[in-house]
Design a protein around this ligand. Structure first.
Ligand code: FAD
Ligand code: EPU
Length: 338
């Protein structure tokens, strides 16, 4: 389905009313292959988009948005330890998590309630409460946008790292993901290392997939704003990862700063803590602001423009750089130009 001059308001969780020249919603892999082979009627540049829950538009998009609407979940194989599932890129991430919990499949329950579609999960290497999606993905199936050819990427080829993958770097907007293959466990196994998670699970009763999912949902609802109420894109910045000597200097000066070892060998510091200590939590400038429960989340109080949110993010970066000498990197992608 091709839509022209379409409002992107339903397609971004900041709730910003910018337009795209063209939006193509692709419902099957076959339809997508034909579209990429014969693409004649829609202009460049291209932007692949799920639910726009990690994007900030700062202007209309003068090009073509490719939106995945492939919705199917299929069991592929199983053995005594687990099951392999292929999941369409257009399935809502949290519907997939709920489906797994119902079926008794272990591995993604800590990632409950993350907005967005399955197709974006490997792009972002989504993570929460001690789990990253890379640990459950076996393969990613995608189409080369230049000619519609199919390519499958093994887990290793995806080059996953903290909120990053090959699809965000060299292959950004070059491969359209159609399916993601997950391997999930059928033998009970839980990850309750995140502070407070075990306590929250215990409140719900015995440890079970359902109770872990519910505990994660409870924690998230306390801290994170619902985009239907206040537009937002989750954490606006990444937690900075410093080398051990650099991190040691900061920790010696500010011993309270929350920090964790990162898979890369460095130390990850809590950006929310840094922003909070710069006095931003709960602050509002015009129609944009910093969430009162989580300083890492910027919100649209109703009528903000993308530029207002962007300008606020720049002010925050400047003050963290000035006070702590740390340059925060955005997690949210900025789309468009002023
Ligand atoms: P989009 O924002 O539309 O796109 C994100 C990126 O993926 C873009 O680069 C886009 O080009 C690319 N992309 C999307 N679909 C495809 C495809 N089919 N093929 C190729 N590329 C594609 N994230 C976390 O990791 N952990 C959290 O705990 C978390 N909490 C959040 C809480 C809230 C309230 C909100 C609003 C966001 C949160 N996020 C979190 C961020 C966001 O939900 C994730 O990044 C999510 O994976 C984005 O999905 P999306 O479908 O909206 O992708
Ligand atoms: N903190 C503050 N003040 C704040 C916010 C946080 O002091 O305003 C402190 C907290 O007290 C805690 C530490 O910072 O000690 C970390 O906070 P939290 O556990 O809330 O997690 P986070 O680092 O802010 C990350 C992810 C989230 C994910 C949560 C839970 C990033 C950029 N963000 O947030 O992911 O849900 O951990 O695992 O890694 C997202 O990526 O969009 C996202 C929401």
């Amino acid at each position: 389905m091709i839509y022209r001059n379409i409002s992107l308001k339903p397609y971004n969780t900041f709730g910003l009313d910018y337009k795209a020249d063209c939006l193509v919603s692709l419902k099957t892999e076959e339809e997508a292959i034909v579209f990429f082979r014969d693409r004649q009627s829609c202009g460049e540049p291209l932007l692949i988009m799920g639910e726009g829950s990690n994007l900030l538009f700062i202007s209309d998009f003068r090009g073509t948005v490719l939106h995945s609407a492939i919705e199917e979940i299929n069991p592929e194989e199983n053995d005594e330890s687990g099951v392999i599932l292929s999941v369409g890129a257009g399935v809502k991430w949290d519907h997939f998590v709920e489906w797994c919990v119902k079926k008794g499949y272990y591995g993604v329950e800590n990632l409950s309630l993350i907005p967005g579609l399955v197709g974006a999960a490997p792009v972002q290497n989504i993570g929460a409460y001690g789990v990253e999606v890379k640990d459950t993905i076996t393969r990613v199936r995608a189409l080369d946008i230049s000619d519609g050819s199919v390519r499958e990427f093994s887990n290793g080829e995806c080059l996953f790292s903290y909120r990053n993958s090959i699809f965000k770097k060299d292959l950004r907007n070059k491969f359209f993901i159609t399916k993601v293959y997950f391997k999930l466990g059928i033998i009970p196994s839980f990850n309750l290392r995140y502070d407070l998670l075990e306590e929250e699970v215990n409140k719900a009763g015995a440890i079970s997939l359902r109770n872990v999912r519910q505990a994660v949902i409870n924690i998230r609802k306390r801290k994170l704003p619902d985009p239907k109420v206040y537009g937002n894109a989750g954490s606006f910045f990444k937690n900075p990862v410093l080398s051990i000597p650099e991190a040691e200097k900061i920790i010696a000066k500010y011993p309270q700063i929350p920090h964790y070892p990162d898979d890369s060998g460095g130390i990850k510091l809590a950006a929310g803590w840094l922003i909070d200590r710069c006095g931003w939590k709960g602050k509002r400038i015009g129609n944009a602001g910093v969430h009162e429960m989580q300083a890492l989340v910027l919100v649209n109080f109703g009528n903000a423009t993308g530029k207002e949110i962007y300008d606020l993010s720049e002010k925050i970066r400047e003050s963290v750089l000035e006070k702590y000498g740390i340059a925060l990197e955005r997690e949210v992608e900025i789309i468009g130009s002023t």
